[in-house]
Design a protein. Structure first.
Length: 177
């Protein structure tokens, strides 16, 4: 790898130390977490992903523009091919930002439950009869407003998950991963 502008002390807080050498030997559980992505040059790929997406990476602070950070990380890790999007998504959802991913999954599930509920008739809990149409519309409108808020939150969380990397967001949203 190229000589970095960062000292070991500056990368000490990173989840995966990009200077560690063979990441799978240094972090044996990483193979379990990221699975079998059939990625060539896994050490370089993980180092690249660490530099670009780890919130403790000094490069995140120094290169606020994700494209400039990716360009620097490509030079730093000497990557000659495009990063594996499958590995990137796995790395982000299971290693670097697993809590954000869990929140996205929870909101997506709640959103689906709301959508199913909005499609059903609203009944009185005591007698099982359909409630007044105006009250039902009011309840459904509140649910729809909450769904809109959830949808916005989900979109924001995807941006956070992928560090607003539009290339990665686009690939993920198209289902190419």
């Amino acid at each position: 790898m190229a000589t970095s502008k960062y000292a070991q002390t500056q990368v000490a807080k990173m989840i995966i130390n990009p200077y560690c050498g063979d990441v799978l030997s240094e972090y044996p559980r990483l193979k379990e977490v990221i699975g079998n992505t059939n990625t060539k040059h896994i050490t370089q790929q993980i180092a690249f992903l660490s530099w670009v997406y780890d919130f403790n990476s000094p490069a995140v602070r120094d290169f606020s523009d994700i494209n400039k950070r990716k360009e620097w990380a490509r030079l730093e890790t000497e990557i000659t091919q495009d990063p594996s999007y499958e590995l990137a998504v796995s790395f982000l959802t299971k290693v670097v930002k697993s809590r954000t991913w869990t929140l996205i999954c929870s909101l997506e599930s709640t959103f689906t439950e709301y959508a199913e509920r909005v499609a059903k008739r609203i009944e009185d809990a005591e007698n099982g009869k359909e409630i007044d149409i105006l009250k039902a519309v009011e309840i459904k409108n509140k649910m729809l407003n909450q769904m809109a808020d959830m949808s916005n939150s989900i979109d924001e969380l995807y941006g956070k998950l992928f560090s607003n990397d539009q290339d990665l967001i686009e690939v993920y949203s198209r289902g190419y991963v």
